[in-house]
Write a protein that binds this ligand. Structure first.
Ligand code: GDP
Ligand code: MG
Length: 187
């Protein structure tokens, strides 16, 4: 019965999620690629153990019911990486961290949905993969803290700052997905 159903007013928020260079390389590195020859053509194919981290991460957010509203592949400069991690500038690992983030392609994304900032962090798991629960992205796919493959904003203010740092407003889209009324129970 309709009156038994909670009419849910969805409160969308946005968070910044990035597949760090280690996550990108885990998916696309040469050692994980094979070359398939067919006539005169050769095609690079992705073979096991190549459960590539980019699609795995995207799919975990998507399956949950969150919506991708911005995505791009960038190699940030070290200065830019330092801006991204400015809150950690006094940590002993700050220099290495900034260097690492700028060492290769990063898949920068903005995800939207109710509770996506906090729940996104749950999907990601604890900072140190040794402490991340199995079932989380870091718990399942990473081993050490310096190579934990993914970044996610830790609160509404950082989400706003990080989205503004990485994306121009026109690089983000607003749309209603067909699935939304089934995810949120609103029209
Ligand atoms: P996050 O929000 O879970 O990513 O964690 P933080 O904001 O505290 O740290 C940012 C990133 O710095 C982490 O994702 C790690 O890659 C790295 N990091 C944090 N703590 C350490 C540490 O003790 N050693 C090293 N090498 N890297 C760290
Ligand atoms: Mg953080």
């Amino acid at each position: 019965m309709l009156q038994d159903q909670e009419v849910h007013a969805a409160e969308f928020e946005r968070t910044f999620i990035a597949v760090k260079p280690d996550g990108v390389q885990r998916g696309l590195s040469h050692r994980n690629c094979g070359v398939m020859r067919c006539g005169n053509h050769s095609t690079t194919i992705l073979q096991p153990p190549m459960r590539d981290a980019i699609s795995e991460i995207i799919s975990r957010f998507e399956r949950k019911g969150y919506k991708l509203v911005g995505i791009k592949v960038v190699v940030p400069t070290k200065e830019f990486a330092g801006k991204h991690y400015h809150a950690l500038k006094d940590k002993p690992f700050f220099n290495g961290l900034s260097e690492f983030l700028s060492s290769g392609p990063v898949v920068a994304m903005v995800w939207e949905g109710e509770g996506v900032i906090t729940y996104g962090r749950k999907l990601i798991g604890a900072t140190d993969p040794q402490k991340s629960e199995p079932g989380t992205i870091r718990g399942d796919l990473a081993v050490v803290v310096g190579r934990n493959i993914i970044h996610g904003s830790d609160g509404p203010e950082t989400a706003k700052d990080e989205i503004n740092l990485w994306f121009k407003p026109e690089e983000l889209v607003s749309f209603t997905s067909n699935a939304e009324k089934w995810i949120y129970g609103v029209n």
